[in-house]
Write a protein that binds this ligand. Structure first.
Ligand code: SAM
Length: 232
């Protein structure tokens, strides 16, 4: 945790905040904080700054929020639902890289059982994004939406989501190679562990997506997401 993320209703009078639960344990056990220590803090959806510990029991700090969070990455991530074990890492990782809009979508090779995973609960998906923000010292929560039907999403919604952006579907077997530096707004579609099927690639191309490869190495979903976002 590189930033203690606070919510509006936790702010007390004169910038006083009391920490409980996971953040309290972390500050005491990992930061080994003492009275007078200053930690990086941020307000969810707001500014970041410093929090000076004024008491250990209860754990309280006085905060000053003065700086803007880091700039976002101008990318919408359209991610075929990965296996539950991978899901948390991808969501937290993409959030820490600055993605602010995520769609988790179905695809032919997404196993149906993945949609029943408890990791798709609102609580878990929020927690993973919060962990990503804390990691990257950011405060702006990405939006995250689920789309359980590929075709209606692509045919009725995705074109307008991608309008005004460079739309790319990452596909190992594409003829075009992804440039080593990407600039400007982007919509990035990443396939499931088994890859997008040809028909899905064609549907995405029909609404303006370019199929592009990172090269002959087939990467795990989380590695491909990181490698591509790292070019932005
Ligand atoms: N067996 C699958 C296949 O052959 O397509 C591999 C899928 S890969 C594990 C999961 C997703 O990561 C792919 O659908 C693609 O979006 C992305 N990906 C992985 N390696 C890639 C590469 N070399 N170039 C572009 N995208 C890649």
């Amino acid at each position: 945790m590189n930033l203690v993320l606070l919510e509006e209703d936790e702010l007390g009078a004169a910038g006083k905040v009391r920490l409980t639960g996971r953040r309290r344990e972390h500050v005491l056990a990992v930061h080994r904080a003492a009275v007078g220590d200053a930690l990086t803090v941020g307000l969810l959806g707001g500014k970041i700054g410093r929090g000076t510990i004024t008491s250990l029991d209860p754990l309280e700090m006085e905060i000053a929020l003065i700086d803007d969070p880091p700039p976002p990455l101008d990318v919408t991530l359209v991610l075929a639902l990965p296996r539950p074990k991978v899901l948390n890492r991808v969501i937290a990782g993409a959030t820490s890289l600055g993605v602010k809009r995520i769609y988790l979508i179905n695809a032919w090779r997404v196993e149906k059982s993945y949609w029943k995973s408890p990791r798709l609960s609102e609580e878990n998906l929020r927690e993973q994004r919060i962990l990503g923000l804390e990691q990257a010292r950011d405060t702006i929560l990405p939006s995250l939406e689920l789309r359980r039907l590929f075709r209606p999403f692509v045919e009725e919604e995705l074109a307008s989501i991608a309008r005004g952006t460079r739309a790319v579907v990452a596909h190992p077997y594409a003829a075009s190679v992804l440039p080593s530096v990407l600039s400007g707004p982007m919509t990035l579609a990443i396939g499931p562990e088994g890859g997008f099927i040809a028909k899905e690639i064609e549907s995405l191309q029909a609404i303006g997506f370019e199929a592009m490869t990172l090269g002959p190495r087939i990467l795990r979903v989380e590695t491909a997401v990181t490698a591509i976002l790292g070019r932005m």
